[in-house]
Design a protein around this ligand. Sequence first.
Ligand code: ASP
Length: 456
Amino acid sequence: MKVSKFGGSSVANSEQIKKVLNIINSDDERKIVVVSAPGKRFKEDTKTTDLLIRLYDKVINKLDYAHKLQQIIERYEEIVHALEMDDKILDNLRNDILRLIDVYQNKPERLLDALKSCGEDFNAQIIAQYNTQLGYPTRYLSPKEAGILVTDEPGNAMILESSYEQIYKLRDYEETLIVPGFFGYSENDDIVTFPRGGSDITGAILARGIKASLYENFTDVSGIFRANPTVVSHPEVIPEVTYREMRELSYAGFGVFHDEALEPLYKDRIPVVIKNTNAPDDKGTFILSERDTSNLSHIISGVSCDKGFTTINIKKYLMNREVGFTRKVLSILEEENISIEHIPSGIDNLSIIIRSNQIEGKEKRVLNKIREQIKVDELTIEYDLAILMIVGEGMNKAIGTASGATSALSRNNINLNMINQGSSEISMMFGINEQYSDIAVQAIYNEYFAKETAQL
Ligand code: ASP
């Protein structure tokens, strides 16, 4: 039994929904289906989830929200009419939204999550009803009926382990189940959403819960590219990666699959495949717990680069002799509720790399505290750092990967602010100035995948 999840662009309009149902109805193993809210139909379009957030803003600021509500209903109206369905369902949708606004008007966090959940919830109801109309036994199942119990952190829910027993029972349904992604229910019966893009997480939870043979994640590309296609033209699709590789690549910007979705799958080693709704016969990218690295055609699986990091550099002569030095620095950051990413260090120096949005507005206070409480010799802060990540299971057996990468970067006059290789030896991380991000990705891609055509 497979779990199949369809992202926002796959269910953005009636044409896409027809493609989705063709895919589902063509394979008896596709019994459990997770859908997102209608996403963008064209580049400048707005996702339904964002429309719902705008509606929330109007309601909470006591502004007239009739127009926003109408815009949301129109997204579904377009689908319902094009699918020639009874438009009574539209009245139900409108009444549902009005009821939520009424119930939660004095509880902003609850209202936001409840409204955000409508995007997927309405879409799942429409898709289930339409497939039934086509003659396929299909049932809409709310996350509550499915047994998705989550922690009570609005916008940031996490699954409760106790859910899995209940979810396993979904195997007993005869019909195809359409479950809305992106939210679950707290033990107090409140709607709580996962982080943005969280329908992937719902799919992963259900795949683990029913012990699926495969979790299919359908999107609008034919898999995961070896490098960002807006930087490298026509990069190769990665045929397979391990969970570990995927985690490292998504850390530095690969957004095709939500990184929190790996966690439930990892535990029971459920394979994932990223596929294209518009080209379902393309093989896609498999994400697996292990892969055979004895005969690899490429040592590197992919290269990614994420901008927006800040570094605090500290120098102190004989730092290595001072017991508790690092702890003192870190406790200042902890006091300020700043999470840190990396701490490369030398004998007498230490750098702390932080995502810039973590420290924004707090820089002065943090530096003053370090100066006052730790007595350092030199203290500087640098902005505009990018993290370049080169990932590949083959790296721990190959010799010369680092030299290939550093020479490709040096040929392009890119200065390396930091080099880091974790003990797992499946990734190498370089700190570079943001302005070189694209050149660096292109240089590494050429070095490992397109050497023959390399211009660099
Ligand atoms: N609709 C939600 C979002 O836009 C969740 C998802 O699509 O996965 O973030």
